[in-house]
Ligand binder design. Structure first.
Ligand code: ATP
Length: 350
């Protein structure tokens, strides 16, 4: 069957790295002998404000509803006019609207790059719909509010169904990897909320006796990751802890420029680099497209094209190991030269 996938370039370096990802994914699918994907370009971000009066036009959301998944470039919502900034940003909206509850963020050190923790190879599985990110955990309105001008309140929300489904995703992923699951929480202080998260993750993990399961407080976890991050495999945690932890693990692996992610529900997934729109280097052909390409490969894997996904991931690693690197990894290759090298590597006989 032919998958139909959306292409949403986004802002900043998005129009450079998203087309690079499409090129490489096409090459990976062809090399694997898989059906080509039908790409569906859709407006988003600052360009969509110009053309459609909204950073996320209805047309985009309605079309995404009919697709199997999509590539979302980074957005620079801080640069939007004030009335557009007041809304939930495009990626937050899409995660909430399509109930993309699992944010899966691998961090792996590439051979030949300056990783702070050599040998790091783990995945942060972040619950994406509730927890301490109060701006997206309510049906209407927001869980963050000011009852008076001197008081600000944020609600943390933890529900059994949301914790059960993210815990199960993490267990399934750990089964495919090194079978080591780590639950990250703060149950010594936030006993009722993150203690509940820990308890339910433990309950779900009991269905997976093949896994080695441990747990750590979020603060201790940051120390363990810096000191011996290579000992970890799959980390499952709530929304805000996962956001912070995955920036740390991305950087420990060498650069945010190689940190991919997908946001998935049971029936669709959104590939999204873990980094932002990098306005400081946008339009100069310098951006590292690796994170966006690898996010696309995760999407292909999630759709069942594992062979194509593996070829793309392997080609990225080989290209970097041979010395073709963008500036963030200490090299001199621009976005296009790096992408050309990855496509050429995929085309090499195996
Ligand atoms: P956001 O709030 O959207 O996450 P940010 O400004 O906090 O954005 P980034 O946009 O990710 O963070 O940029 C942080 C730094 O990393 C910048 O110096 C940027 O140039 C660099 N950077 C981010 N992504 C890449 C990339 N793909 N290639 C090269 N450098 C990058």
């Amino acid at each position: 069957m032919t998958y139909r996938l959306g292409v949403l370039d986004g802002d900043g370096i998005g129009p450079e790295i998203v087309p690079a990802a499409v090129r490489v994914l096409d090459a990976g699918l062809a090399a694997a002998g898989a059906e080509p994907v039908e790409w569906v370009p859709l407006p988003v971000g600052a360009a969509a404000i110009e053309t459609h009066g909204s950073a996320l036009p209805d047309l985009t959301v309605e079309t995404l509803d009919k697709l199997d998944g999509w590539l979302l470039g980074p957005h620079d919502s801080a640069s939007y006019p004030a009335e557009h900034r007041a809304r939930l940003n495009p990626s937050g909206f899409l995660r909430k609207h399509f109930d993309l509850f699992a944010n899966i963020r691998p961090a792996r050190a590439f051979e030949g790059t300056p990783a702070l923790v050599p040998g790091l190879d783990l995945v942060v599985v972040r619950e994406n719909t509730e927890g301490f990110y109060a701006d997206r955990s309510t049906y209407r309105g927001t869980g963050e509010f000011m009852p008076t001008k001197d008081v600000a309140i944020a609600m943390g929300i933890f529900t059994r169904p949301a914790i059960e489904r993210i815990a199960r995703q993490a267990c399934e992923l750990a089964l495919r990897r090194s079978r080591h699951l780590t639950i990250v929480h703060k149950a010594n202080v936030l006993r009722t909320t993150t203690g509940f998260f820990l308890e339910i993750c433990r309950e779900v993990a009991a269905d997976y006796p093949q896994l080695e399961v441990d747990d750590f407080h979020i603060d201790a976890m940051t120390v363990h990751l810096v000191r011996h991050g290579a000992d970890f495999d799959v980390l499952v945690t709530e929304n805000m802890f996962g956001d912070i932890l995955s920036d740390l693990t991305g950087e420990l692996a060498g650069s945010l420029g190689i940190a991919p992610s997908i946001n998935a529900s049971y029936d669709r997934a959104m590939a999204q680099a873990a980094h932002g729109s990098a306005p400081d280097i946008a339009g100069r052909g310098l951006a590292n497209p690796t994170a966006m390409i690898a996010s696309g490969a995760m999407l292909l894997d999630w759709l069942g094209s594992r062979d194509a996904a593996d070829r793309v991931e392997q080609a990225l690693r080989t290209t970097v190991a041979r010395g073709t690197r963008t500036a963030d990894l200490g090299g001199t290759a621009g976005t296009t030269a790096f992408t050309d090298a990855v496509v050429a590597t995929i085309g090499e006989p195996t």
